[in-house]
Design a protein around this ligand. Sequence first.
Ligand SMILES: Cc1ncc(COP(=O)(O)O)c(C=O)c1O
Length: 390
Amino acid sequence: MPEPTELITGLIHHPYRPPDTWDAVPPGVFKASTVIFRDVAALRARSYTAKTGYTYGLRGTPTTYLLEERLAALEGGRYCVLSPSGLAAIMNVDLALLGAGDDVLVPSNVYGPSADLAANVLSRWDIAHRVYDPMDPADLAAKIGPRTKLVWLEAPGSVTMEFPDLPALVAAAKSRGVLTALDNTWGAGIAFRAFDLGVDIVMHALTKYPSGGADVLMGSVVTRDEALHLKILRLHGQLGLGVAANDAEFVLRGLPTLALRYRAHDAAARALATWLGTQPAITRVLHPALPGAPGHEHWAGLCGAAAGLFSVLFSPALSQADVDRFVDALRLFRIGYSWGGPVSLVVPYDLDAMRADREALPGHLVRFSIGLEAVADLQRDLAQALARIG
Ligand SMILES: Cc1ncc(COP(=O)(O)O)c(C=O)c1O
């Protein structure tokens, strides 16, 4: 029997086009590696940097453009570039703005892999990094040198939770004409208005609150200045840092409930952190919205909300094995990195390995990410685990 060529080709080049009147609450999900051009003139006319049309899946689809616009709006920015993880977004900023001979300043409590990238990867291209004390704007000012091109900011540090005086840090960098990039994963666009502070770049790990499902890895870089955006976008294109449509779909699905979820995480975390502060095994609660936490006054001066993340210090009188037993005894809290999802998480950190000024934080640090479970159940879980070491 001859091959039914019309049928085979027809299944690929089928003439039917569905009516274009479709509208629904969720946006459509467009997937492509190849983008089809109507004719050669269209192929030649399109520019992915100007977003006048589509050129190739890696450079953007209607789904990723839509997510970019919504994220730029969330932060009060104008431009957004998506990356396959928060860490990739950090790398995008670093590699776009730094070159041989430059240096970058990172806070001492910065997200660990960001410091690792600076110390062990950027250094190979003769880009130096220096570490500043985020709680001392004078230290930042003193460390800015003629070669400093970028200052990273993070508020609060996501393990030790110090909330810096962001306006003072931004002012120190601005007075020397140095660009600032804020890792705003904790603020998520809800806790405070980052661009109002004068920062140049706002980066997010969308992996956390914007996704909300603990099922997506993605990052974003939002800017207001076109030239700066284009630098970041070009490098993004050169490195091939595109995101998958299904992942963008998940984040688009998470955004409408972002503010509600953020406030629920916030209320639950404050309640549990306050209660933990009354427990004899715990000597200090590191939650920026609670009085006595490092930088609480800076949080109070800037923020209208806080994320569901905090740490506590267990008494130095306890052993690490006691603290590990507490963590292992938790049932609703699961042991795992990350935050912003529905399930409460817990991680014991080794401060000896993390901090040069270890003595400033005596005891054993345990970080909690509060999920969306009932607060009373979480408190019962903490109480039964504390009873094991009491
Ligand atoms: C503050 C902060 N920034 C960036 C990242 C990186 O995000 P991702 O895991 O998507 O690479 C994380 C992840 O834990 C984080 O906590």
